[in-house]
Design a protein around this ligand. Structure first.
Ligand SMILES: *[C@@H]1O[C@H](CO)[C@@H](O)[C@H](O)[C@H]1NC(C)=O
Ligand SMILES: *[C@@H]1O[C@H](CO)[C@@H](O)[C@H](O)[C@H]1NC(C)=O
Ligand SMILES: *[C@@H]1O[C@H](CO)[C@@H](O)[C@H](O)[C@H]1NC(C)=O
Ligand SMILES: *[C@@H]1O[C@H](CO)[C@@H](O)[C@H](O)[C@H]1NC(C)=O
Length: 442
């Protein structure tokens, strides 16, 4: 099909145009020395092969092009403006734009691109405008923009499905003036991303999934220029309406940028839901320091067993919980311990040396609170050497005895202990009330 069309094209061209190659139904303007080729709504299924390689402007808008191939723009080092808007492009072959060293504007909006990887946009060392809105992009690799990171002035990624962006790369776009990131699924922006974008004049983050926006020195310009009206310097226009903003003390900095123009609303906390961001008094942007609502009390386990210490805290923003050992050391994940996000600490193999007071710290932007949990690890009974008999503790005195007997796994634990390779498959933690009498196993 493609080759048939090609043959037809060659015939037509051979007969009609020889001086200048102009693809069928296209308009070619030779405004010497620059050549512009306009092929809008011409039913193209692919990029026409016989394009003058000296072309400066090429518009292929409103066609049915499905893929960009390596040969399509080969040798077009004079091309400055390329428009592929409103096609059905879902595929870009690696290095397809590799020869476009002079290209300044690339329009790929309203196509069907789903992801960008590093080789797609390689070679565009002079690119200033990259327009990618209205695609289905859900992933952009970290080095996709590397070749034009300092030349780019305008990046439009709006109306895609992006949850994440190569933020570090965006943070290096020192010439960028306009960033359109609106209508995506972005739920997180790392702190400091925009700090070096001194030329940024427009940042549109409208209609994403942001609960908060980290403060950034750059954003202070919004206030600074708003106060000195008539400043010759352009101000920063920051749009973030249509996000589920959580209006607590972490957004106070944003509220303090006196700006009453846009109609952003808060999504939470409940009493501020639906209220206009700029109309809420600053005093209502509050955080709640952590409050530990539940935690394990005194816990007893046998040597070699696992111990689970729980600590539950509430606060706004959600507090994070960490633990310190009886010696005061911060406990992190290791072969002996796991700390879970819900505040639970699990010691996988308790040793009598672990006995002592563990401390749970809950902290957030508003403060910290702590609780102590006492752990008692009872050593295993030391049995008479060589006899093999298990000395039973006084039966019926407490439910610890019963539990251990029911599990009938004490001999296995003993063996493991000898081998120093304790592997307690199931948790056999024994929690007792503080006043319960603990039997002496020795
Ligand atoms: C590009 O230039 C090279 C070397 O001059 C040539 O071999 C090749 O055929 C050209 N490709 C196109 C598509 O014009
Ligand atoms: C420790 O490991 C657990 C389970 O693998 C994980 O859920 C948790 O996030 C880890 N904690 C840290 C601080 O990495
Ligand atoms: C905390 O998370 C761990 C691992 O997901 C789970 O086993 C444990 O039951 C949780 N604890 C609480 C108190 O929800
Ligand atoms: C058991 O034997 C080991 C050496 O085999 C010894 O060090 C230990 O003290 C003995 N324990 C008892 C309770 O006799």
């Amino acid at each position: 099909m493609e080759s048939l069309l090609l043959c037809a094209l060659v015939l037509v061209l051979g007969v009609t145009v020889t001086a200048q190659l102009c693809p069928k139904r296209c308009v070619c303007q030779n405004l010497s020395p620059s050549i512009a080729i306009l092929c809008a709504k011409t039913g193209l299924l692919f990029v026409p092969p016989f394009i003058d390689r000296r072309t400066v402007e090429l518009r292929l808008t409103d066609n049915f092009i499905t893929s960009v191939r390596k040969r399509d723009f080969a040798n077009m080092t004079s091309l400055v403006h390329l428009t592929l808007s409103r096609n059905t492009i879902s595929q870009i072959m690696p290095h397809s734009f590799g020869d476009l060293r002079g290209l300044r504007a690339l329009h790929l909006d309203s196509n069907r691109l789903t992801k960008l990887v590093d080789a797609h946009l390689r070679g565009l060392v002079n690119l200033r405008h990259l327009i990618l809105n209205n695609n289905q992009l859900n992933a952009i690799s970290a080095d996709s923009f590397d070749d034009f990171v300092t030349s780019l002035e305008d990046l439009d990624l709006s109306y895609n499905n992006l949850e994440d962006l190569p933020w570090t790369t965006i943070g290096r776009m020192t010439n960028v003036n306009t960033l359109s990131l609106d209508h995506n699924l972005i739920d997180f922006v790392p702190e400091g991303t925009f700090s070096n974008l001194h030329k940024l004049a427009r940042l549109d983050m409208t209609s994403n999934k942001l609960h908060k926006l980290p403060p950034d020195p750059l954003f202070l310009r919004v206030r600074m220029y708003a106060k000195t009206k008539g400043s010759p310097l352009s101000s920063l226009v920051l749009s973030f309406g249509g996000n589920p903003l959580h209006c607590n003390c972490e957004l106070l900095w944003l509220r303090r940028l006196t700006r009453e123009d846009d109609l952003e609303t808060c999504a939470s906390p409940p009493h501020l839901m639906g209220k206009y961001f700029w109309f809420i008094p600053e005093e209502e942007f509050v955080c709640e320091p952590p409050l530990i609502t539940r935690h394990t009390t005194k816990t007893f386990v046998m040597e070699g067993q696992s111990a689970t210490l729980k600590c539950k805290a509430v606060g706004d923003p959600d507090p994070s919980v960490h633990w310190t050992s009886p010696e005061g050391r911060l406990i992190s994940n290791s072969s002996r311990a796991t700390t879970y996000e819900n505040g639970t600490l699990r010691l996988l193999i308790a040793s009598p040396k672990d006995t002592g007071g563990f401390t749970c710290f809950a902290s957030n932007a508003a403060g910290e609170s702590m609780a102590e949990v006492e752990l008692v690890v009872n050593p295993l009974p030391h049995l008479a050497n060589g006899t093999g008999g298990i000395k039973e503790a006084d039966p019926g005195s407490s439910d610890i005895t019963t539990s251990v007997r029911a599990g009938s796994s004490l001999p296995a634990v003993r063996e493991d202990r000898v081998g120093h390779g304790l592997d307690v498959g199931e948790e056999r933690q024994l929690r007792v009330e503080q006043d319960t009498e603990v039997p002496d196993w020795r």
